[in-house]
Each structure stands twice: as structure tokens, then as C-alpha cells.
Design a binder for this molecule. Structure first.
Ligand code: ATP
Ligand code: MG
Length: 423
């Protein structure tokens, strides 16, 4: 039998990879402009890391995590999200001694055992960032700004920012009491998951998508109305700062997040074209997590964006670079001189296509046009003798004879700066 990809995983094929690379480049450039440095943590960790941080009662840990034992019986997990590993690394490498905030970003694969559907796979990719060590609402606003900027810079429009606060150690427990009181006589109307959440994780009932749960939560108290003065003030300040950046947002009183570590301001960025899985990016503040994981008390804020979901929104766009040339040669097979010229072009960063089979000039130029080459370099026996090469503009079909020695300089001048693969 032919071996295929595992359910919920897929190949990112060369025909789609230009969009991925463009998105990664845009993300890196943007995050570095905001003074974030990349961190690369392992794709597997001790399972306990996620149980302790994301939370035992969350869907991610209780249902979706890939957990396995290695040959020595260690319980390991494929990482389902990025923040836990970064917090582990922050503590392990004493990053609190660095200038604060420590600003970190990541791009990579994550794994969740979920039912595969549009916008939901078992291996997926995220780009995310964390600002650790300073409690300042401007960092919340900055994180939201970056999470909006990445898809926007790629040309994705009509993003919506949903904002809320889930309060602090003071106001959240008081609110949860009120919520439980409101739902007390309605438990039997809630879905099975929410019946469980009622005793394990009541806040999560607020963002259950089942109509019966929405119905019963709708006329109850909201956390937004029950924030303490401090939390209210922080939420309003974040609003003020993102308004200043012209970010379109709306307060969503039932917004909570599916991970236990969040505190204070949280957000989701959605796009209506995505259907049921409409969240492109999400994040918020987690001021207690580092202490909870064994570090000293350290405030932090971060976000993660789903790369596949952004790619879905970019399906109609072409990010292919056309900064390439084609070396066509004729009347001889590729000899050492042609081979060396070809290597020189490539060593100088010029994306050069060629053939390794003997083909007619017509055939080679046809391939060059089909693969979107801007120029062809045509080498015949005569040109080789003179040390020249014919430079043909594939769009206008105009040709000029240039010295082989000058080819690199001339071609580099003809390509616009800033092409995705331009060196
Ligand atoms: P959702 O409610 O959409 O399942 P989540 O709350 O589980 O999202 P987060 O843990 O906040 O997701 O992850 C951040 C982002 O990563 C999501 O907004 C989404 O874009 C993406 N993401 C999460 N899970 C998957 C998945 N299984 N497949 C593809 N993308 C995903
Ligand atoms: Mg999920």
C-alpha cells in the first residue's frame, strides 16, 4: 500500500510555499521592527509543562494533546501552543536578569488532536510573540497592534478585534460566584461540556458555541460589567491606545480564552470569511503564569496567530517572485564554460533556471516564458568565443549583447529591490 500523510496533516507544496515564505518574512520583519527576537524551543516537552500551564481542565490538555512515553518511560507531549515553552525557557535561562521587557517571537508547528475540518488541522503553524517582565498596558496595545499588522501587511482586510478583560485575582472569583448563581437553576439546560465546566472551569461556559448555552448565559452578569476599578482602568487604557492607532475593535463581554493562564485584558482577531473557525489570532495578558511555573512573579502579555487561517484568506493572491532569469544555450551540451557561468550567476544571488538536457532554443525560451522569467541569457558557440552573451527581455523580446563578465552587474541593476528572494 502507498504511504500517505497522517490524517489532519498536509504537505505544504512548492506551488503554495511562496505565500508561506512571504508571510514568514513579513512577520519576521515586523516583529523585529517592534524589537522582538526569535526564540526556537523544542517541538516536544514534558507533558507536565502544559498540564501545569495551559491547565488540566482545558480542551487543549484534556482532549487534544498528543501525549506519549519515550523508551525510558518519560511522559512527553508534542507542543499544543507556544507560551508554555517560552515561559519554561524564560525561567530556565534566568531571563529575568536581562533588560525588561524580554520580547520574544516564534514561528513554527504545533499539534492538537482535533477533528480535522476547514481551519482546523492536527499539525498547524503559528506565529506568536510574548513581552515578558513589565506590566504596562502599552505592551498589551502593542501586542494587539502586531497581531493586526501581520495579516494586514499581507493584504488581509476586514479584520475585527474583539476585546475583553477577564479580571484579576480580586474581581474574577467574585464574578464567577455571580455567574454560578445565575446558572444554578439552569444547569440541566446546558450542554454536556458546560455541565462539566460548571464545576471545573465556569468562565469557559461564556464562550460555548452551543445555542442552548448562549441562550442561558445571555441574560446573566458579564465579567466586563463586574471588573474592579483597576481592571476596568487597564481595559479602558488599552482601548484608548489602540484607538489612537486607528484599530477597529469592539468590546465582546462573553469573550474568554480556552487556556487557564490568562488574566486581565484578552483579545481575538476574527475574519468573517473563515466560517466557523473564524479566529485568526488571539492573546492577552498572563501575569501569574511565570510565578505559577516556579519563576519569580513576572507579568507578561502575548499573542498567537494561526498561519493556515491567514493562508486561507490569501488563497487568491500570488506571491510568486518573478526575479528569475533563464540561461539558454545552444549548439552544444552544457560544457564547463557554461557550467561555470551558471554557477557565477547563482553565487551572486541571481535566481537562474536552466536545462540539463539538450533542447532547442525555441523550447528553452518557451519554458522561460512559462516559468515567468524576466530575462533570458542566450549563449551560442559564437558568443562563447567572444566572451559575450545575449540578454533577452522576455516581456518586450528586445535583445542586447553584453560581456559575460558584466552579466551579474547588469542583471542586478535590472531587478527591482525588495523582491522576496532579492539578495
Ligand atoms: P479555536 O477556538 O479556533 O480552536 P483556540 O482558542 O483553540 O482556537 P489558540 O490556542 O488561541 O486557539 O491558538 C491561536 C490560533 O491558532 C487560533 O486563533 C487559530 O488561528 C490557530 N489554531 C488553533 N488551533 C488550530 C488548529 N487545530 N488548526 C489550525 N489552526 C489552529
Ligand atoms: Mg481550539
Amino acid at each position: 500500500m502507498v504511504v500517505k500523510t497522517v490524517r489532519g496533516t498536509s504537505d505544504i507544496l512548492p506551488c503554495n510555499v511562496d505565500t508561506w515564505q512571504a508571510l514568514e518574512l513579513v512577520s519576521r520583519n515586523l516583529l523585529e521592527a517592534y524589537d522582538y527576537k526569535e526564540i526556537r524551543t523544542p517541538v516536544f516537552e514534558q507533558a507536565g509543562l502544559f498540564q501545569k500551564s495551559v491547565g488540566e481542565s482545558t480542551d487543549i490538555v484534556s482532549k487534544e494533546m498528543y501525549v506519549f512515553s519515550d523508551k525510558k518511560g518519560r511522559e512527553l507531549a508534542l507542543r499544543p501552543e507556544g507560551t508554555a515553552s517560552i515561559v519554561r525557557s524564560f525561567i530556565e535561562h534566568n531571563m529575568h536578569t536581562q533588560t525588561l521587557p524580554v520580547k520574544l517571537y516564534y514561528i513554527g508547528p504545533f499539534f492538537r488532536y482535533e477533528r480535522p475540518q476547514a481551519g482546523r488541522t492536527r499539525q498547524f503553524h503559528q506565529v506568536g510573540a510574548e513581552a515578558i517582565g513589565v506590566e504596562d498596558v502599552r505592551l498589551d496595545a502593542e501586542i494587539i497592534d502586531i497581531a493586526v499588522q501581520i495579516p494586514s501587511k499581507m493584504g488581509i482586510k476586514n479584520l475585527k478585534v474583539m476585546l475583553n478583560s477577564i479580571g484579576c485575582k480580586e474581581c474574577r472569583p467574585k464574578y464567577i460566584k455571580q455567574l454560578l448563581g445565575h446558572l444554578k437553576n439552569k444547569i440541566k439546560n446546558l450542554c454536556a461540556d458546560c455541565n462539566r465546566r460548571y464545576s471545573t472551569n465556569p468562565l469557559r461556559i461564556l464562550d460555548c458555541k452551543k445555542p442552548e448555552c448562549i441562550q442561558n448565559v445571555k441574560d446573566g452578569p458579564t465579567i466586563t460589567e463586574n471588573l474592579c476599578a483597576k481592571c476596568r482602568n487597564k481595559l479602558e487604557t488599552v482601548e484608548r491606545y489602540i484607538k489612537y492607532l486607528d484599530i477597529d475593535y469592539q468590546i465582546q463581554p462573553y469573550l474568554v480564552r480556552g487556556l487557564d493562564y490568562y488574566t486581565g485584558v484578552i483579545f481575538e482577531i476574527t475574519h468573517s470569511q473563515l466560517g466557523a473557525q473564524n479566529v485568526v489570532a488571539a492573546g492577552g495578558r498572563y501575569d501569574n503564569l511565570i510565578e505559577q511555573m516556579g519563576g519569580r512573579p513576572t507579568p507578561a502579555v502575548g499573542f498567537a496567530a494561526g498561519i493556515e487561517r491567514m493562508i486561507m484568506l490569501l488563497a487568491h493572491r500570488n506571491f510568486q517572485s518573478n526575479n528569475s532569469v533563464c540561461l539558454a544555450y545552444l549548439d552544444f551540451s552544457m560544457d564547463e564554460r557554461v557550467f561555470k557561468f551558471l554557477a557565477e550567476l547563482r553565487q551572486n544571488g541571481i535566481h537562474t533556471k536552466t536545462t540539463y538536457q539538450e533542447k532547442t532554443l525555441k523550447n528553452q525560451l518557451k519554458t522561460a516564458a512559462k516559468s515567468n522569467c524576466k530575462f533570458s541569457l542566450i549563449l551560442g558557440a559564437n558568443e562563447l568565443l567572444k566572451g559575450t552573451v545575449i540578454l533577452r527581455n522576455m516581456k518586450t523580446s528586445t535583445q542586447e549583447e553584453i560581456m559575460m563578465d558584466n552579466a551579474v552587474t547588469i542583471i542586478k541593476k535590472k531587478f527591482p529591490l525588495g523582491g522576496f528572494r532579492g539578495m
